[in-house]
Design a protein around this ligand. Structure first.
Ligand code: ADE
Length: 246
């Protein structure tokens, strides 16, 4: 799978060299192209922003460099035979929320191009135009405002990338995680059995696998009810029924 990123801060993405994603790149499982938007400017100051039509505070990213960036990454407009097979993700606080299920869906794609906005965002015609050439998503990392889309893109790349086969060594470790089952993950413990007077719950070292599974499920439900009741369907009735089934 290939990720392309268009940004005015390419240096942000150096961290994708480390850890599991870095290894996946070295192994050829993931490819990454980081592109400086300013290479598609033509003035002395390499300008990427301008004042907003209609007035107001802040600056808006100009459409021209973005248009050239997408011509370079998706193929020139006039040559575009139908639509590109890349998915284009615009990171924006005004987008649909990024979720584990969207990460899973995007992990099955061949190529994703991330467009990282800054300032008050990108001229709205850019999304409209790119949507004629590729599948476009406007995605928010969460209900808060970052200084730009770079950190959001990085978080999305990590969440998507680790779901690509071959990136995480033991794929079973992906199955029991928070959000994969629709619930938050159960608490985990390791040795020693007693630490600073605190004991690991007895069921976890009793050797009864069915009892461990039931305990974990109950803990996941309890934590979800307490911390994230919004994740449970209809006040959690359906989940509780499911947990009682053999
Ligand atoms: N850019 C600024 N804030 C953002 C957010 N919450 N998600 C995605 N991109 C952003």
């Amino acid at each position: 799978m290939r990720f392309d990123i268009v940004t005015i801060f390419p240096e942000f993405f150096g961290v994708l060299d480390v850890s599991l994603l870095g290894k996946a790149r070295r192994d050829g499982v993931l490819e990454l192209g980081v592109h400086d938007l300013r290479q598609w400017t033509h003035d002395r100051h390499r300008t990427v922003d301008d004042t907003p039509y209609g007035g107001g505070a802040g600056m808006v990213m100009k459409p021209e460099p973005w248009g050239e960036a997408f011509d370079a990454l998706l193929g020139p407009d006039e040559d575009a035979a139908g639509t590109s097979d890349a998915v284009v993700v615009f990171t924006t606080p005004a987008g649909t929320p990024f979720t584990q299920s969207l990460a899973r869906e995007l992990a099955a794609e061949r190529r994703i191009v991330f467009a990282c906005g800054r300032y008050e965002g990108i001229d709205a015609r850019v999304v409209e135009h790119v949507a004629t050439r590729a599948r476009v998503l406007e995605v928010s990392l969460g209900d808060y405002v970052l200084n730009g889309g770079e950190v959001a893109a990085m978080a999305m790349i990590e969440a998507i990338g680790r779901l690509v086969p071959g990136v995480v060594g033991n794929p079973e470790s992906l199955v029991e995680e928070s959000h994969e089952s629709g619930l938050l993950e159960h608490p985990s413990y390791t040795k020693p059995r007693v630490w600073r007077g605190l004991e690991v719950p007895g069921v976890l070292h009793g050797g009864n696998h069915a009892a461990v599974a039931a305990w974990r499920r109950e803990q996941a439900l309890e934590r979800t009810r307490r911390v994230r009741p919004d994740l449970l369907p209809d006040g959690d009735g359906a989940e509780r029924t499911a947990s009682r089934q053999p």
